[in-house]
Design a protein around this ligand. Structure first.
Ligand SMILES: [Zn+2]
Ligand SMILES: [Zn+2]
Length: 811
């Protein structure tokens, strides 16, 4: 057995750590989990190497080996190393993200009494005065109670200790400061497979009281005379009754593994009527899968062209060959209805990974996939790490969607990771979208990705007519600053009178965008962020959309006390209010993050829309994503060109994508659709090409701009954010790094900054940033690594320097 192992632990450090393997320990495996001491803690890490090279420093011994077979296969370990290298992310954090098994590792803290504490307790007891002082008598009593509970020297878990004595965290901290007690890390591994506890009737003997009789009768009425404990708790008997029955041997308790499967479902043959373009795309994908070679493809299909049917058929073909397929969908796309459809199509073979799973459920799904019970995985971003064996096909639906980018460590992009994973396992990867990202389409144009196109909607339905309405002209005519143009109001009225449905997009939630004082000219800002707060009328309060901070809506200016405060700008809540006024008879609903809390709300709203229970749906970009409602014949777009003035080189691309996607909601049934697009920038190319449904035209124009400006896909762009709760630190640290960048040879890499970030204060942190551009990713990454080393030498904590490779968000 090797003497040492290198372990990647989940800490923000770009290193692995060497531990000695104890002689009596089972042998660890590469890709398996181990528990190791790290500083004062015990952490669960992943073994990256086994060796006999004795380090020059003294090594600690690993505490426990958790896996005898790798939790991460060699393929996934390779992918993890690539992510750590490409995104300059600590490898331990990457591997933790890939393994959803943290529920098995439980952080438990315990306490024991110290000699000093025992002396203090003894002194207090003999003097009879207790530890009481005049100040805070209660606090002292609690300290005494804690010491008493620990007096026999055993280690007691924090939760037990607190419930036994009533001690608060601050009591424990005070005892720790006095060194009367000490902390112990009792973190341990538990079996995460969920169990259900049953009660079963054995043999009735002796007399039963009324409560006992109730339970016995209930169990007799059940199949096999057994029932889950949970069911017994619904009976109107005290909990102790069951314990008594168990003690008397009348009832026994059994634990069984919970069953997560909807069992008995067999995959179903799909019967789609494919258009020639769909057939061609499906053939191309199936052929590539059969070749067992890396084959990246872009499926560019207009909205309503039936991309999903192509994916599902291709996945079924893979399943029929006994191989595996993975489908990634954007956060909002994975509704319960879609999950039900997937179970219909793939039966028990499909595992669904979404963000509302509990950690236990996620771990359970992960194990099913790992054991080869599920060959099909559908999920959001992190599903790209699903441990599928023999992976033949990866599909990334709506590949342009920004929810694929993780905006916290490790800051990976699941679409790009998907391409790399396909490359590593010789699989086919299909990126699908009606509005592909510039990067992806450029790869297709360059011949790196094979381009498959679905240029027409299914059943030859026409794309909707788009009317661009110049809001500057509207103002000149009416001299009124109305949110809705006369034309859009008239069009809405017409559809409603015909019993058709309408959607209106306004990509800003809340009632008023900001609150302004007419006397001092200040808007009300969040106390944590350099951002104006938004007025929410129903709750009558101001909300910060970045950190969630809330305060009551002010009657007077918080700065100068003036009574002349004005509520300005329109959000979706106000638009709903305005529409109620204009169309009092219409059934109006609003879809945004204030009305939709979870997947169920979202689903309920869509079902109501589909059932025709809603005439008019107002909402933010949530309404733009992939809903197929046949009776929506008009889409109004209000104020959604505001994003064009954002200081972000992707502003035009984002606006084009949003407008095209929302326009795509119109006319998906038999009646042709129409879009009324209100804008203050009618001549902007993003608006014009979106109105003409001309992706290629937009691409040609935008790609030239990217080329001139040295932006992606021609250059790699990284953002380095320096942040601190203290302004002086943020300034000093960005100064240190700025001087280092200036004095360093940085051939082929442009460095801009330091500059204040677009939001200079966010969640009480002050933020400065650098933007790096380079045609050579290798050079840029080696410069970034050198920068992090310098930051480390200068004692700037790693968490305060955020490196975002291929940054999407520059705020
Ligand atoms: Zn004021
Ligand atoms: Zn805030």
């Amino acid at each position: 057995m090797p003497q040492f192992c290198d372990v990647a632990v989940p800490v923000p450090l770009d290193a692995v750590f060497t531990y000695r393997i104890p002689e009596d320990s089972p042998e660890p495996v590469i890709g398996g989990r181990v528990i190791v001491p790290f500083r004062e803690k015990r952490l669960c890490g992943v073994v990256t190497e086994l060796h006999d090279r004795e380090p020059s420093f003294t090594t600690r011994r690993l505490s426990q080996v958790l896996d005898s077979t790798p939790a991460l296969t060699p393929e996934l370990m390779q992918l993890g190393r690539w992510i750590a290298q490409y995104y300059i992310a600590p490898v331990g954090e990457v591997l933790r993200t890939m393994l959803p098994l943290s529920a098995e590792f439980r952080r438990v803290i315990g306490y024991r009494i110290t000699d000093k504490g025992a002396t203090a307790l003894h002194a207090a007891a003999t003097s009879g005065s207790s530890l009481r002082s005049q100040k805070e008598p209660e606090h002292q009593d609690l300290e005494y109670a804690v010491l008493n509970r620990l007096s026999d020297g055993e280690i007691v878990r924090e939760a037990t200790l607190r419930s036994a004595t009533g001690a608060t965290k601050s009591v424990l901290q005070s005892l720790l400061r006095k060194k009367w007690i000490a902390r112990e890390d009792l973190s341990d591994v538990r079996d995460a497979s969920r169990t259900v506890e049953f009660a079963r009737l054995k043999e009735v003997s002796g007399k039963l009281n009324a409560n006992q009789q109730t339970i016995v009768d209930y169990l007799r009425s059940q199949e096999e005379q057994r029932a889950p404990i949970e069911a017994l708790r619904q009976l109107a008997v005290p909990r102790t009754t069951l314990q008594t029955l168990v003690r008397r041997g009348i009832v026994e308790l059994i634990k069984e593994a919970a069953d997560f499967h909807v069992s008995g479902l067999k995959p179903r043959k799909l019967e789609f009527l494919f258009t020639p373009a769909q057939k061609a795309a499906l053939n191309a994908i199936s052929h590539a899968v059969g070749e067992c070679k890396f084959a990246p493809m872009l499926l560019h299909g207009v909205t309503g062209s039936g991309k999903t049917a192509v994916y599902l058929s291709a996945m079924q073909a893979v399943l029929a060959k006994g191989r595996s397929a993975l489908l990634l969908v954007p956060e909002i796309g994975l509704t319960p209805a879609m999950a039900a459809d997937l179970h219909q199509i793939f039966g028990d073979e499909v595992a669904i990974l979404h963000s509302s799973l509990s950690q236990d459920e996620r771990a359970e799904q992960w194990k099913c996939i790992r054991n080869g019970e599920s060959h099909i995985v559908v999920g959001t971003r992190s599903a790209i790490f699903a441990p599928l064996p023999d992976l033949a096909l990866i599909v990334v639906d709506e590949e342009h969607d920004h929810s694929y980018k993780q905006e916290e460590m490790p800051r990976y992009h699941a679409r790009d990771v998907a391409v790399m994973r396909a490359k590593m396992c010789d699989a086919t990867v299909v990126l699908g979208s009606a509005t592909p990202s510039l990067e992806t389409y450029h790869n297709a144009v360059q011949g790196k990705y094979r381009l498959l196109e679905l240029p027409e909607r299914i059943e030859k339905r026409p794309l909707p007519e788009v009317e661009v309405l110049d809001m500057r002209e509207e103002f000149q005519r009416t001299k009124k600053d109305e949110v809705l143009s006369r034309k859009l109001v008239a069009e809405i009225g017409e559809r409603l009178s015909r019993g058709e449905q309408v959607m209106v997009l306004l990509n800003r939630r809340g009632y008023s965008a900001f609150v302004l004082c007419r006397e001092c000219g200040e808007s009300v800002q969040c106390k944590n962020c350099a951002i104006s707060m938004t007025y929410h009328k129903r709750e009558h309060r101001l909300v910060c959309h970045y950190c969630g901070y809330m305060r009551p809506a002010p009657k007077t200016c918080p700065k100068c006390g003036s009574e002349y405060v004005q509520y300005l700008g329109t959000g979706s809540e106000k638009l709903e209010h305005i529409l109620h006024g204009l169309f009092p008879q219409a059934r109006i609903a609003r879809l945004d993050r204030d009305t939709v809390r979870g997947r169920e709300d979202f689903e309920r709203m869509l079902t109501a829309l589909q059932a025709g229970e809603i005439d008019l749906l107002v909402g933010t970009q949530m309404i733009a994503k992939g809903h197929d409602v046949a009776n929506v014949t008009l889409v109004g777009v209000v104020g959604s060109d505001a994003a064009l003035s954002f200081p972000d080189f992707r502003a035009a691309e984002r606006t084009f994508q949003l407008l095209t996607q929302v326009a795509g909601r119109a006319g998906r049934g038999d009646t042709p659709g129409k879009v009324v697009l209100q804008t203050f920038f009618p001549d902007h190319y993003a608006i014009q090409f979106a109105a003409a449904h001309d992706y290629h035209g937009f691409y040609e124009k935008e790609i030239r701009f990217r080329s001139w400006m040295h932006y992606p896909p021609f250059n790699a762009v990284s953002n380095v954010l320096v942040r601190s709760h203290k302004l002086e630190e943020a300034l000093a640290w960005s100064g240190i790094l700025g001087r280092w960048f200036q004095s360093t040879k940085r051939e082929g890499v442009r460095v801009m900054g330091p500059a204040a970030a677009a939001i200079v204060k966010l969640k009480t942190e002050y933020r400065y940033h650098f933007l790096l551009k380079s045609p050579s990713r290798e050079r840029m990454n080696s410069l970034l690594r050198a920068m992090l080393e310098h930051a480390d030498k200068q004692k700037i904590p790693r968490n305060n320097v955020v490196v975002d490779v291929d940054a999407l968000s520059l705020i």
